[in-house]
Design a binder for this molecule. Structure first.
Ligand SMILES: Cc1cc2nc3c(=O)[nH]c(=O)nc-3n(C[C@H](O)[C@H](O)[C@H](O)COP(=O)(O)O)c2cc1C
Length: 496
């Protein structure tokens, strides 16, 4: 039966067909939903911005525009700090957002190049470059300095020219110098390593701040190295991304970005970068890293700069990664294991180190095969748990119940040693260079043994996902048959 409801969707949902054009469109939508608040009083960039962000995130509060931050640029912060804001960004419901990412991956739309771009309304070059005019916060007390954390690096593969977008932290060193961390398993890191191998002396790229949120949510999507991220972003938006060529290099950047910092990497490790309180909730110690020399800063008229809190999970770093990681990891895993029904990559594990997969194994050992594939992905999980689909992967009580009673450790635990270490794993010595760090991973196959026949006591009906036609084991679940459909008046209209 079809049911008709009064349309109670918020305004942005009713006109959802139009993708956001840029960061400003997104800010307008956040403001309309009460998710963006102006802060007119003076707020210090050192730690005070971070305190406000932490506090607001802890109560699912709004994002901020810090207008009085001691620089000419208003500082927008916290725009990715909750699932509610993520759904505004996706212009979608919880269920639709996941599908939108999968659709973007399957139906990419190539970007278009334009000549005239708002981001070139102001071009600062040469001696006029001064990074201290930008509102860049210091987030944690022991951070090595101010950090640009929401910046998106656009770099090209030096052999194929394929563009990549990805978030990378940049520390301000002086008026025209920055340093950064590009891990060897991420594409900017790979592009730099390839440039060195090809004998290039320097490498030019761009750091982009303030974009249509679909570009930001495209960055964490796990895709192959020959993926043009702008085409995926086009697929997510349902319209081509407009790009413009940088002033000092051949990299194309979003034409309607708020700010673009064009830079050149000098490969020698010449400057001390770090520490930074990271997404693991721990400081990554400082070390010598390459210099990124700024060649130009371009920005829109009345440009917004952006800040993003990272640290003990959950922060907006985690919220930003979770949907794209889960959707693209799901798609990758499903290509091999089509009976996977759900995956969770929770923030508690930094949206990387801990993964739960719900699947219905089709034969003995399939859950273990899925575990090995998950361990081989670029998420580099340190713990993988596979459960049957009757377990809600997002409900830790249910996952622990499955682990407690459906497993025998000697049979169901897998330990794999000498894998590439998880990204910035604080339990691995940081004296070892990033590309040489190794770690181990643990997995638990918490699915019933293949072929188990699962029933609820008092009911003849089979329950549980792993019921096999020729069950060789019989498990009786001590649940109360029929409780789900029982009409209990006192409990009507209560949230589940
Ligand atoms: C806010 C934020 C900051 C990040 N900072 C860094 C960083 O400094 N260095 C790094 O290697 N990865 C960083 N990452 C992770 C990568 O951007 C991310 O895993 C991305 O998928 C890697 O790009 P690729 O898929 O193109 O290889 C960050 C992610 C987010 C969401």
């Amino acid at each position: 039966m079809r049911r008709y409801f009064a349309d109670r969707r918020p305004a942005w949902r009713m006109k959802a067909a139009m993708p956001f054009q840029d960061f400003r469109d997104f800010l307008t939508a956040l403001r309309e939903q009460g998710e963006l608040v102006d802060v007119d009083r003076p707020v210090a960039l050192e730690l005070e911005v971070a305190k406000g962000l932490r506090k607001s995130a802890s109560i699912a509060g709004p994002a901020f525009v810090f207008k009085n931050n001691g620089t000419p640029f208003p500082l927008v912060a916290g725009v990715y700090n909750s699932r509610a804001k993520a759904l505004i960004a996706f212009q979608a419901t919880e269920d639709e957002a996941f599908g939108k990412i999968l659709n973007g991956l399957s139906n990419p739309i190539p970007p278009v190049l334009v000549d005239d771009a708002p981001v070139h309304e102001n071009v600062i070059e040469g001696d006029d470059i001064d990074l201290s005019t930008l509102p860049v916060p210091k987030y944690s007390p022991n951070d090595g300095g101010p950090y640009i954390t929401p910046g998106i690096v656009v770099s090209h593969d030096p052999e194929t020219g394929i563009p990549d977008m990805g978030h990378y932290r940049f520390q301000i060193i002086d008026k025209n110098t920055m340093s950064f961390l590009a891990q060897p398993m991420h594409r900017f890191g790979k592009n730099l390593a390839k440039a060195v191998r090809l004998g290039q002396q320097t490498f030019r790229a761009a750091l982009v701040i303030g974009v249509d949120p679909m570009l930001a949510y495209t960055c964490p999507i796990q895709a192959t190295d020959d993926t043009n991220d702008f085409a995926v972003a086009g697929g997510l938006r349902g319209a081509a991304v407009e790009l413009v060529k940088c002033r000092t290099n051949d990299v194309n950047v979003p034409a309607r970005a708020e700010v673009v910092i064009e830079f050149e990497v000098q490969f020698a490790n010449e400057v001390f970068e770090g520490p930074l309180g990271e997404y693991t909730g721990y400081y990554t110690p400082g070390s010598m890293k390459p210099i990124a020399r700024v060649l130009a800063i371009t920005h829109r008229n009345d440009a917004y700069f952006q800040a993003l809190l990272t640290g003990v999970p959950p922060t907006e770093n985690h919220t930003l990664k979770q949907l794209p990681f889960e959707a693209s990891f799901f798609q990758m895993m499903r290509s091999q294991f089509p009976t996977i029904e759900k995956v969770a990559v929770p923030s508690s594990g930094g949206v990387s180190f801990y993964i739960v997969i719900a699947m219905r194994p089709r034969y003995s050992g399939e859950a273990r095969a899925a575990i090995l594939m998950a361990m081989g992905t670029n998420l580099r999980p340190k713990t993988v748990i596979v459960v049957d689909p009757d377990i809600d992967v997002n409900n830790s009580d249910q996952v622990e119940w499955a682990v407690a009673f459906r497993t025998q450790p000697s049979r169901d635990v897998i330990l794999v040693d000498q894998l590439p270490a998880g990204p910035l794993d604080p339990s691995v010595s940081d004296d070892i260079p990033l590309d040489q760090r190794m770690g181990s991973a643990l997995a638990i196959d918490a699915t019933y043994p293949y072929g188990t026949d699962v029933r609820i006591a008092g009911s003849d009906e089979a329950c549980g996902p792993s019921v096999a036609e020729h069950g060789h084991e019989f498990v009786m679940v001590a649940d109360v048959p029929g409780w789900r459909d029982y009409d209990f008046p006192e409990l009507r209209n209560r949230a589940p």
